[in-house]
Design a protein around this ligand. Structure first.
Ligand SMILES: Nc1ncnc2c1ncn2[C@@H]1O[C@H](COP(=O)(O)OP(=O)(O)OP(=O)(O)O)[C@@H](O)[C@H]1O
Length: 363
């Protein structure tokens, strides 16, 4: 197992890139700590697969170095990197039994037969296929075949890292939850470095200890699910994570007050001058409808989604979402929305601005 360092890395698929827009991965430095469970989260086309393929050696970066521990592997082929990779669609040998498919990476490395038998049975149990180990893979559903691919990715205990590229796309929703939980358990048992690529925030937040969010070829934040929720470093993180995402409003910041369309919104901290496009960001969970204080809004609709309600309101042509308790009464006089000051984040040109000091603290 190894710590993986990406140093001064960038990648363009073009032979002669002219500017940043020609790079699928913009210049980055990033470290994946040994034994971490990471999710790599971002929307389609942001560079997740490119990054994964550079780590596994399927792709050589056009700039920068890849280190496993202290070893520079930038030019090392995939086979030398000791990486297991699970792809979006199943890769199984149809003519082999489930057992032989699972045993394949171990037999390749000439492991002891008794060890292979025990290990394959343990993995078979983990993916819920112990009863069909001796069946041929041919004729199994796509779902079952993908479970074999997952099992094969995890069968070796001696790999540097396991990379999963949207591995649950073809798995049915119930099994998805179960496999994700099992992957997490397996991570705790084996402490492999695992990098799990997904564009699904639920998958990312339930699997990973640290979520790496990518946007437009860059890592915009690495953090725990709680950090991504409470202090999104970039407006994309605020918008992409959460359901609905963070509310963003253009503002002028003056110390501990944000001025939004002529209304003063108290902030939980003081700020120095905020340049560029200034915005405040507030999660719908920390906004509430009131009749007396806050920004004047027009209620558009209320969606009952089980444990809570999502209130869609409008403020000067922009949507503001509010999450209200299931039993909350929403009367016709509730035409204002107030924010929890300590939960408001401030952004300058999409990047979070650190407060100069919390209220009540020395700045
Ligand atoms: N082989 C390639 N040749 C040229 N451009 C490519 C190639 N592979 C990817 N790209 C481009 O690089 C950018 C990043 O693609 P990548 O597949 O890494 O994104 P992704 O985040 O994994 O997306 P998805 O979730 O859709 O797989 C995209 O603009 C894509 O069109």
């Amino acid at each position: 197992m190894a710590r993986i360092t990406l140093s001064n890395l960038a990648h363009s698929y073009l032979p002669h890139p002219k500017g940043p827009e020609d790079f699928a991965l913009k210049q980055m430095d990033h470290v994946w700590e040994d034994g971490g469970a990471y999710a790599l989260l971002g929307s389609s086309g942001c560079g997740k697969t490119t990054l994964l393929n550079i780590i596994s050696g399927l792709l050589r970066p056009s700039q920068g170095r890849v280190l496993f521990g202290d070893r520079d592997v930038t030019d090392a082929p995939t086979a030398e990197r000791n990486i297991a990779q699970v792809f979006q669609f199943p890769v199984v040998y149809d003519t082999m039994s489930v057992r032989d498919n699972l045993a394949f990476p171990l037999r390749n490395r000439r492991m002891d037969a008794a060890y292979i038998r025990a290990r394959v049975e343990a993995i078979g149990r983990m993916i819920g296929m112990e009863a069909v180990l001796d069946r041929k893979a041919r004729g199994l559903t796509a779902d079952a075949k993908q479970k074999i691919s997952l099992g094969r990715g995890m069968v070796r205990e001696d790999v540097n890292a396991i990379l999963f590229d949207e591995p649950l796309t073809v798995i049915d929703p119930h099994m998805k939850w179960e496999l994700r939980t099992q992957l997490k358990t397996l991570h705790r048992e084996l402490s492999h470095t695992m990098i799990y690529v997904t564009h699904d925030q639920t998958e990312a937040l339930t699997f990973a200890d640290k979520v790496v969010v990518m946007y437009d070829g860059r890592v915009v934040q690495m953090g725990t699910p709680q950090e991504l929720f409470e202090t999104p470093a970039h407006t994309f993180v605020g918008y992409f994570i959460g359901s609905p995402g963070m509310n963003l409003l253009d503002a002028r910041i003056e110390g501990n007050v944000a001025h939004v369309e002529g209304c003063a919104v108290p902030l939980g901290a003081g700020y120095g001058p905020v340049g560029g496009r200034a915005q405040i960001g507030i999660r719908p969970e920390f906004a509430r409808l009131t009749s007396a204080e806050g920004l004047p809004v027009r209620l558009r609709r209320v969606e009952d989604v089980g444990r809570h309600k999502i209130v869609r309101a409008e403020f000067f042509g922009r949507e503001i979402n509010i999450i209200a308790e299931e039993g909350a009464g929403i009367g016709p006089d509730m035409t204002r929305v107030a924010f929890r000051p300590d939960k408001i984040n401030v952004y300058s040109d999409d990047w979070r601005v650190a407060p100069a000091g919390r209220l009540g603290e020395a700045a």
